[in-house]
Design a binder for this molecule. Sequence first.
Ligand code: DHE
Length: 530
Amino acid sequence: PSGLSGVEMYQSTDPKAPPMTKAEFDQARQIYFDRCAGCHGVLRKGATGKPLLPDIMQKLGTDSLKVFMTYGTAGGMPGFGTSAELSEKEIDIMARYIQQPPPQPPEWGMKEMKASWKLIVPVDKRPKKQMNKLNLENIFAVTLRDSGELALIDGDSKKIVTILKTGFAVHISRLSKSGRYLYTTGRDGLINLIDLWMETPQTVATIRTGSDARSIDTSKYKGYDDKIAIAGSYWPPAYVLMDGFTLEPLKIMSTRGYTYDEQEFHPEPRVASIVSSHIKPEFVVNVKETGKVLLVNYSDMKNLKTTEIEAERFLHDGGWDSSKRYFLVAANMRNTVSVVDTKDGKLAANVKVGNKPHPGRGANWSDVKYGPVWATGHLGDDTIAVIGTDPAGHKQNAWKVVRSLKNHGAGSLFVKTHPKSSNLWADAALNPDAEVRQSVSVWDLKNLDKPAQVINLAKAAGIKEGRVTHPEYNKAGDEVWFSVWGPKNGESALVVVDDKTRKVKTVIKDKRLVTPTGKFNVYNTQHDVY
Ligand code: DHE
């Protein structure tokens, strides 16, 4: 079918939706997947972002939708126009696209997974010992978001070891129990298994476990070293268990089902964070929309046992407490941190925190007043909530917000400390104010009544545009690394700060460092040190 000018038009099933050409629709579908689906969902039912269903969108109309997309909102929607991430033309296409019924993406089963699986270097062709001279425990795996790559950087010399092609916008890197294998997952569901023992570390297997994904981990219980990998998907809503050495897919488990509270069917309950237990042969799988935490026992895959814990809806990211018995996960749209007791297999508490908690893996320390605590920042306000985590030794503080620290602004993505450090660091990377998003706060853990010191790290790195995000310590715990996440076609950097003096020690700049975001120190990630 053609429009007047002979251009092929998109045949919408909704006559009220504004016209678009087929080419525009296809372009918009890709942009939606890359930029919007993470918050609003593939089926646009909303989660971290609002639902974008056609009838509501049509009521708002093309012109107001363009304003939202161009300038963003105080609620956390980025201004795609002001940041030049989308052109005026693209914004116009997107404003019309979200008034169309969402196209249902294809399912992805064992047949498709197997067809996508590439075993590039079989196990018997891999080295028997480490073939390079790298201090592997202090390597940093750095996501190069918009180039679809991963940089491996030597934490000692601060030199780039290699840059590897990965999926689009790798979300996280995780290490195998032995520390030899590094796993990444792209937003597009492409997983890379990287062997750090090769002369130059390289990808030895890849697989696509879905079309939209965020999480990956590997078995850490004794006797299962490196053996089993797990990947979670946003689409199709499922997790898959794989052979840890080859990525051969073994079992796919759907997460479609009923919300924990109202028992309403949800067609797209996405798999958010996954962590691996050190005390049981289990993965902790957090299902966003239904609000369930699954403890998946991998010791008998033919008779898979999962414990299903009612937690809270909109589970997102989280981390272990310092004892690694409790997993704390942010239910961000419910202003709650759910605490799962993985020893007893039940919910320990739902802790009310500030507006939209977003911890990354959070930060653990022993507080001078309250004993062992864990902290999260917030997207929606400028506080850092500090939660007591020791029901055995400090019962009166357990699962309560014992302190609320003041960050230099809202829009915090990540907080971090290290057992050897007495500093707590927080970013405010999504703050609309340039000065705020380029700066970080640092508190003295020995004197938390003292306000934080605020340091503009983008300025220190000589970078005009960009946000500063994701603190990550080196193995020794005496340096903390930050990303200065610049525009795709502009300059970015990594800034290494001396943790004791809080002074910039090294600025790593390189044309190849395109939009660095998440960084994962091998040792700290392998052992869940944070
Ligand atoms: Fe993340 C962790 C989902 C946007 C950087 N992010 C996670 C996790 C989930 C998630 C489920 C937990 C993984 C785990 O522990 O197994 N992130 C999402 C989204 O759905 C969202 C909101 C939108 C999207 O489109 O993806 C989103 N995330 C971002 C970004 O824009 C960030 C800042 C930059 C980027 O690279 O895309 C970003 N997310 C990160 C990082 C982690 C993360 C660096 C790991 C933190 C850690 O220290 O463990």
